[in-house]
Ligand binder design. Structure first.
Ligand code: ATP
Ligand code: MG
Length: 585
């Protein structure tokens, strides 16, 4: 279905967007100008912690709340820029005392705990590398990542340690120290109390020379398509965080920003920690998991003005009665963003109807370090499109030639989404997988592994991951199109679409469908949905099989794992499921 564009009128907006004239800014763009908006360290040095915390704490924002942490139990903890500077200094000192030298790794396994922020920035100040893990990981995925990532220090909670890590500790000879965020005394000589050590560590710390190319963060990918890869990021990535915080999230000093992503996922660090602080705003962090009523309450009570969330959460909110939302005053909210999966046009429109604001989709990956394609506050939205490339980013649709080179395609052609290499937050390697890293590039282009097309006005439209594309009767079908169409039916809350091998047509389009409350699965509804799909998509693309399901397998970052739907359907091994939501494998 064609959706009419959502037009914008900046003159009528409460806050004037930072990016008013997209084409003009693209035409004059220079990364130098962005670099000049940062303070930097002597001799061309650059350290994320200095930019996000210290330069504000040493200036007029010292007493502004940087992080407002909301506990599951109703407690609120405010960390000002000044406090964050002091505590991250203490943590940096503490790492020095533990003998941590430049480039050694600090792992985080404590969810959204208030200690995250001093630990994150203290790690960067001491030029160590921060690597976050999902708190819900089971022992084996934790072990694999600690081992592959050469963890020297692990920051975690007592419960996590005793339940999951203690038994592994002897298999991790490189792991010297475990720091517990919630114990006041040490457990033994290697498992120490973080609060105790923090209390005695010095308050002042001078960040040693940091090169923009020094490694800062190690992030494992979501594992949607297979075994997660360890993407390496550098301090210089902060230029992208600053630019996207300003132009995409459209943060202004008075904003209250809420990024709902867990720090185990790259969105939770790039936008849950770094970008909002670079722009000096107050950032909300909720310790608890998704719960519709709680989320509406937080938006209302905290007067959130800019909200960054994910399609899976939006689809869950879409399943709740619209009357729920009407109990909350969301008048402070002015911008809503989404990332992580394609955002169905129905979800964009739901935002407009129920929140009074359209949802702005943006696209990026762990590998890109920051938002690359986006919808902007002042630019018209085409529902179902990921939007336009960030100023400073050159995107293209390419096809691979037999000899390994690529050719750039024109508008309207489906192909692989590529980015011209060299943007500041581009990953610098896959940990211990140099060959795999090299294969992501062809000449000047980074190849994303996602298929898309660009329309005549430069908007990018997601088709699917190369791995998920279905080849049926001579057609290439992207699951997103089929899933979005099914969601137009009033019974459908969510759908996951795969190709099932079939002798005559290659693959048959099969949909797994989750129904909205009040709808009963059954043959009649199945036939109705098949007919509905056929009417809108044509018989070549429409699903031929529909299976009702209570839920879809998802990664912990909320992405539908189509490879798992397919493996289960075919009775094949499910491969790495360490990032599967709900498991503790
Ligand atoms: P893995 O690489 O381990 O399989 P992953 O690719 O899901 O996992 P991430 O880096 O977290 O790990 O996710 C990036 C991917 O998410 C993109 O390549 C794309 O497929 C999908 N994605 C992110 N944002 C969007 C969006 N706005 N529209 C469509 N797809 C998106
Ligand atoms: Mg990926």
């Amino acid at each position: 279905m064609e959706y009419p564009p959502i037009t914008k009128d900046p003159a009528a907006m409460r806050v004037q967007p930072n990016l008013l004239d997209y084409r003009d800014v693209c035409g004059h763009f220079s990364w130098h100008t962005v670099r000049n908006q940062l303070a930097g360290l002597p001799e061309g040095g650059l350290n994320i912690a200095h930019e996000a915390v210290d330069r504000h704490a040493e200036g007029s924002l010292r007493s502004r709340v940087a992080i407002r942490w909301l506990g599951r139990d109703g407690r609120t903890i405010d960390l000002t820029y000044g406090l964050l500077r002091e505590r991250s200094n203490r943590f940096a000192h503490l790492l020095g005392k533990l003998g941590m030298t430049k480039g050694e790794r600090v792992f985080w396994l404590a969810g959204r705990d208030p200690a995250l922020y001093p630990v994150f920035f203290g790690t960067l100040k001491n030029r160590n590398i921060f690597c976050p893990l999902f708190a819900a990981f089971g022992p084996e995925p934790i072990f694999q990542r600690l081992e592959r990532g050469n963890a020297r220090v692990l920051v975690t909670s007592e419960r996590q340690y005793t339940r999951k890590v203690a038994a592994l500790h002897s298999r991790l000879p490189e792991l010297c120290t475990v720091l517990l965020v919630d114990r006041d005394d040490d457990l033994d000589a290697r498992v120490l109390s973080l609060p105790r050590l923090m209390a005695t560590a010095a308050k002042e710390f001078v960040i040693p020379p940091t090169d923009p190319e020094d490694m800062a963060i190690l992030h494992f990918t979501s594992g949607t398509t297979g075994m997660p890869k360890g993407a390496v990021h550098v301090h210089g990535a902060v230029l992208t965080h600053l630019l996207t915080g300003r132009y995409v999230l459209d943060l202004h000093p008075e904003d209250v920003f809420w990024c709902t992503a867990d720090p185990g996922w790259v969105t939770g660090t790039s936008y849950g920690i770094i970008a909002p602080l670079l722009l000096g705003v107050t950032s909300i962090v909720d310790e608890a998991d998704f719960e519709p009523e709680r989320w509406f309450r937080i938006l209302a009570e905290q007067r959130v003005s800019v909200w960054y969330t994910a399609p899976t959460a939006i689809r869950m909110l879409m399943r709740t009665p619209e009357t729920l939302r009407s109990r909350y005053d969301l008048s402070a909210l002015r911008l809503v963003h989404s990332v992580g999966e394609p955002l169905n046009p129905e979800a964009v429109l739901w935002g407009q109807r129920v929140l009074g604001l359209p949802i702005h989709d943006n696209w990026w990956q762990t590998e890109t370090g920051g938002i690359m394609i986006a919808n902007y506050a002042a630019v018209d939205i085409r529902p179902g499109s990921m939007g336009l490339p960030l100023p400073g980013i050159e995107a293209a649709i390419v096809s691979r030639n037999e000899d390994g080179t690529v050719r750039v395609e024109g508008d309207g052609v489906e192909g692989e989404l590529a980015l011209r290499r060299g943007w500041p937050s581009m990953f610098r390697s896959y940990l211990h997988e140099e060959e795999r890293y090299r294969k992501c590039f062809a000449g000047d282009w980074y190849l994303s592994g996602d298929l898309a097309r660009r329309d005549g006005d430069g908007y990018y439209w997601f088709i699917g991951r190369a791995d998920d594309i279905i080849k049926t009767a001579g057609h290439m079908v992207g699951p997103f199109e089929v899933e979005s169409t099914l969601m137009e039916h009033p019974a459908v809350a969510e759908a996951g679409v795969i190709g099932k091998p079939e002798a005559t047509i290659g693959e048959l389009v099969k949909a797994f469908v989750v129904l909205k409350p009040g709808w009963e699965p059954g043959d009649a509804l199945r036939q109705e949905l098949i007919g509905f799909g056929r009417g809108r998509l044509g018989s070549a693309v429409a699903p031929k099989e529909i299976e009702f399901s209570d839920n879809l397998p998802k990664t912990r970052s909320g992405k539908i794992m189509r490879r798992l739907l397919k493996a289960r359907e075919l009775g094949l091994p499910t491969g790495d499921t360490s990032t599967l939501e709900g498991s503790e494998s």
